[in-house]
Every structure is written in structure tokens, then in C-alpha cells.
Design a protein. Structure first.
Length: 175
């Protein structure tokens, strides 16, 4: 590999990473940032725990969606008003449901959400164990001997391929 191709490979790897990081940095707009660094740190920490209900797999801190911006502003307003972190979360959950939390609590409504990965892994383990059991049950010697019927059929097929009449044909054509 030449030096030029190494540099090109590094650029191809670094470029997507830089784009990803820059998109995240641009999510929180300068006009959203609080002047109090302590409150801003709390806001950033909280917004990293809240799901963008439009993007669904991004936090509101990472999302550029207009609704995520509204949620970031609402969160900051509540913090400036003196709400605790839990009070802000509770307010947003009351408004948007537990879906807004990136890590929803384990309770009766979210039990399926939390247990589904375990059920899928358990099902996959059962399938793998069953397949391994079937594989062990099969005979290990694949070169078992042919039955007489199989040998006779094989001789006929080979004879047809060679253009020679099979022994079964010769015996049936005798007077």
C-alpha cells in the first residue's frame, strides 16, 4: 500500500466521523444556550436523556428537528424557573409519555419493551440448541454403505451414461 492510498483511506474513515460530530454540534443552536454554565450543563445532561419524538433514535440534544428544538427550549425554561431535573422529566413524561425517555423505567407498561431482547435471545438459544441436537443425532459417517437396491440403481444409471445397456435391460430383452 502506498502512502497516497493510506492517506486516502484515512480520509475516507475520518470524513464520516467528522460529519457525524458536526451534525451533533449544530443541533443546539447558540440562541438556546443558557448564560449560566451550571444550568446549561444540567440542560445538556437532561436533553441527552430525552428522546426526540420525531427522530425516535436520537436524543433532543442531537436532533435538528424543530420539535427537538422546542423541547430543548422548554427544558431550559423549566430549569430557569427552578424545576429540579426530576420535575422536568416528570413534566415531559406527563406531556409526551414514557416514550420521550431514552431509558424508560421498568414497570408494568414497559415490561415488554425491556424483556423483548431477552425473549429474542432466549428463542435464538433454543433454536441453536435444537439444531446442535439434530446435528449430533445424525450419523457421523457419511460414507455408509449402499443398500443392494441403491447399488443396482447406481449401476443402471452409470451404464446409461456410458451408452451401454444396463444389466436389467439385457435380462428383460432376452427371449
Amino acid at each position: 500500500m502506498t502512502l497516497h492510498s493510506c492517506r486516502a483511506a484515512v480520509r475516507l474513515l475520518v470524513l464520516p466521523f467528522m460529519l457525524l460530530v458536526s451534525a451533533t454540534v449544530l443541533a443546539v443552536q447558540p440562541d438556546e444556550v443558557l448564560s449560566d454554565p451550571v444550568l446549561e450543563a444540567r440542560a445538556r445532561e437532561l436533553s441527552a436523556e430525552l428522546r426526540c419524538v420525531v427522530c425516535q433514535n436520537q436524543s433532543i440534544d442531537d436532533s435538528n428537528a424543530p420539535l427537538a428544538r422546542d423541547l430543548r427550549l422548554l427544558l431550559r425554561e423549566r430549569l430557569v424557573a427552578g424545576d429540579s431535573d426530576e420535575a422536568v422529566k416528570r413534566f415531559l413524561v406527563e406531556r409526551y409519555g414514557t416514550f420521550v425517555l431514552l431509558k424508560p423505567p421498568f414497570d408494568g407498561r414497559t415490561v415488554l419493551l425491556w424483556l423483548t431482547p431477552l425473549l429474542v435471545l432466549g428463542g435464538a438459544a433454543v433454536l441453536v440448541i435444537r439444531q446442535l441436537g439434530r446435528a449430533r443425532a445424525l450419523p457421523r459417517d457419511a460414507s455408509r454403505e449402499l443398500t443392494r437396491d441403491e447399488e443396482e440403481r447406481l449401476r443402471r444409471l452409470l451404464a446409461q451414461d456410458d451408452g451401454q445397456p444396463s444389466p436389467a435391460r439385457e435380462s428383460s430383452t432376452d427371449p
